[in-house]
Ligand binder design. Structure first.
Ligand SMILES: N[C@@H](CCC(=O)N[C@@H](CS)C(=O)NCC(=O)O)C(=O)O
Length: 211
């Protein structure tokens, strides 16, 4: 059996939940409550010394880092594919995914926001300004890029790693009450994805640990 160490609001775990649903792969969720610092428990640190969610276990082997897990799932369970066929479009899908995963998401991570508050003394409103700044900067350029390649989805007609990373990022943006009206292409694709059963099943509000 596969196990996914997950927290309903974790963007990085949400990516893996979407991919597992799209590929129709059963898994056992293992809930790690980030608000209760369960990611820093000895048992979880033994799995992932980085103390970050997700961790994914298959055949007793532990994998961490959501992009590495996505690549693994794509290689081991290639149907349905979550990357385009052509080399150029595969690179493009990864480029969109990494823009979210490497350049937007880390700046709004719990450990970063906690540091800004606890160590640097930023107030709640100042942290909100920080979050909005980095998400807006990221989504603005992503909107421009995606407007040039979008069809039904970010690259033509099929779902790829790009939407798998975009959707959790838009979920976070909405949770942080960001005005998304300047990103019509991204929001149309987000809505289209959220109409699909796999994305609905993976959504934070539909996880058993969402209380
Ligand atoms: N680059 C990592 C990021 C993992 C990550 O930072 N996960 C967040 C949840 S989305 C986390 O565990 N945060 C806990 C913390 O910041 O203390 C990945 O893509 O898996």
């Amino acid at each position: 059996m596969r196990h996914l160490y997950t927290y309903f609001r974790s963007s990085a775990a949400y990516r893996i939940r979407i991919a597992l649903q799209l590929k129709g792969l059963q898994y056992e969720p293992e809930f790690i409550n980030l608000l209760q610092d369960e990611n820093f428990s000895d048992s979880y640190l033994a799995l992932n010394p980085q103390g970050a969610i997700p961790a994914f276990v298959e055949h007793g082997e532990v994998l961490t880092q959501s992009m590495a897990i996505l690549e693994y799932l794509e290689e081991v369970h290639p149907v349905p594919p979550l990357l385009p066929k052509s080399h150029l479009e595969r690179a493009m899908a990864r480029s969109y995914a990494f823009q979210v995963v490497s350049d937007i998401h880390p700046l709004q991570n719990r450990r970063v926001l906690k540091y800004l508050g606890d160590q640097l003394g930023l107030r709640e409103e100042e942290r909100q300004t920080w979050i909005h700044n980095w998400i807006h900067r990221g989504l603005k350029s992503l909107e421009t890029r995606v407007a040039q390649t979008a069809g039904t989805y970010m690259i033509g007609r099929n779902i790829t790693f790009a939407e798998i990373c975009l959707v959790p990022q838009i979920y976070s943006a909405l949770r942080f009450e960001l005005d998304t009206s300047a990103y019509p292409t991204l929001m149309a694709i987000y809505t289209r994805c959220m109409n699909l059963e796999a994305f609905q099943r993976a959504a934070p509000q539909n996880q058993p640990d969402c209380r």
